[in-house]
Design a binder for this molecule. Structure first.
Ligand code: SOE
Length: 385
């Protein structure tokens, strides 16, 4: 693994746990973790359960005991590390968004295609696909329970930037993060909407905004989403919020909102789909539940009902707790590790692949282009076959 902060800790949890809960065809061994600061990375290795620590990712990807490289760094290093790791013969898991630009994502998808021919796999870490309720929602849509889907409505709301004195962390620097709420949160909801609806976004009309354009410079390190600022100020070079409407290939209309300015909303990802035969609704803050309205039932007795997604025959739940004993955020990373291990053992293309990550990157770029052109409708180029 490269990187060991918030996402590195979450992925480590996944690698530590997957083989202890699920019956896996291969057993992940946590060989080495890499970071630039020697003593900090050694401490992280001990804390997170990695056997060794490295301070140079180039050394890490050359290790004979490394077969899979998990990239949990800011977006500006994804392309270089992923392409080098694939070229060195390793499988790769890369945190979302795949890259900071479409050009980088194209180069990564091309490297993944070449590596696939040699039997290597590359996957993007869109972990919310691995919430059991989301996998169930996708199944229900695919099984026709909603009929033709007309609307997809998704919001991803956080509030850690409401305070204008929150400092300039790497997430607010375009050079490191690529974009702001758009790439960090918008990427998740674009992927999730497409995954659940089973249809790609084909065009967008967007607005983005940076509400606070200067912030205190960071003093010290930032942990998770918290950080301290000093006296001087610097420019925010990413969006604080992105709002966009979209068309899906099927003709459904979708709306997306990604913001770090929704006071009181900590990690509120909500999704609703409306179809001819029914609707589905989900709220990440109640992630063991899925609401379903069956519109084919008599109106007098129909309405949204709660499906408690904790049954042994719900996705991923065969190996967890008895019904009603729910799961949380961290389990999505366990499921991600499980799915990738299965893909590697069977040699099947993992989902989401780097090609899927590239397609999301094109949607993000189209959102930025549309916002620059006063919300002009901007089509998304289809993936080459
Ligand atoms: C910060 O906004 C963040 O940690 C994202 O980067 C993650 O992808 C998301 O899962 C939670 O919020």
């Amino acid at each position: 693994m490269v990187g060991y902060a918030f996402m590195g800790a979450a992925h480590s949890q996944g690698w530590r746990t997957a083989g202890r809960v699920f019956d896996l065809p291969l057993r992940p061994a946590m060989a080495a973790v890499c970071g630039r600061d020697g003593s900090a990375v050694r401490a992280a290795a001990d804390r997170l359960g990695w056997a060794a620590a490295e301070t140079d990712w180039r050394t890490l990807i050359r290790r004979d005991d490394v077969q899979l490289v998990d990239i949990c760094t800011p977006g500006d290093s994804h392309a270089e590390i992923a392409i080098a790791a694939l070229d060195a013969g390793k499988h790769v898991l890369c945190e979302k968004p795949l890259a900071n630009s479409v050009e980088e994502a194209e180069a990564m998808a091309a490297a993944a295609r070449r590596a696939r021919a040699r039997g290597q796999l590359a996957m993007v870490g869109f972990n919310y696909r691995r919430v059991p309720a989301m996998a169930l929602a996708r199944q229900m849509v695919a099984d026709g329970r909603l009929g033709t889907v007309r609307h997809v409505r998704v919001t991803y709301l956080q509030d850690w930037l409401v305070d204008p004195d929150f400092p300039l962390t790497w997430r607010l620097d375009r050079a490191q993060a690529g974009s702001g709420a758009l790439g960090d949160l918008g990427a998740h909801i674009v992927d999730l909407a497409q995954y659940v609806a089973g249809e790609p976004v084909v065009g967008v009309s967007a607005m983005t905004e940076t509400f606070v354009r200067e912030r205190p410079l960071l003093t010290g390190a930032s942990a998770g989403l918290s950080a301290a600022g000093g006296a001087g100020k610097g420019p925010v070079t990413v969006d604080d919020a992105a709002v966009f409407t979209a068309r899906l290939a099927s003709g459904a209309l979708a709306s997306f909102e990604a913001t770090r300015f929704a006071a009181g909303r900590k990690n509120a990802l909500r999704l609703e789909l409306n179809g001819e035969k029914g609707s589905l609704a989900f709220d990440l803050e109640r992630l063991n539940e899925l609401s379903f309205h069956d519109h084919t039932e008599p109106a007098a007795s129909s309405g949204f009902r709660r499906i408690l997604v904790t049954e042994g025959d719900h996705p991923y739940l065969e190996a967890w707790w008895p019904p009603g004993h729910g799961l949380g955020y961290e389990h999505t990373f366990v499921h991600q590790a499980r799915d990738l291990v299965h893909a590697i053992a069977t040699g099947t293309e993992p989902a989401p692949s780097f090609a899927d990550g590239l397609q999301v990157q094109r949607v993000l770029a189209a959102v930025e282009e549309s916002a620059e052109k006063n919300s002009a409708y901007t089509p998304i180029p289809a993936l080459e076959a």
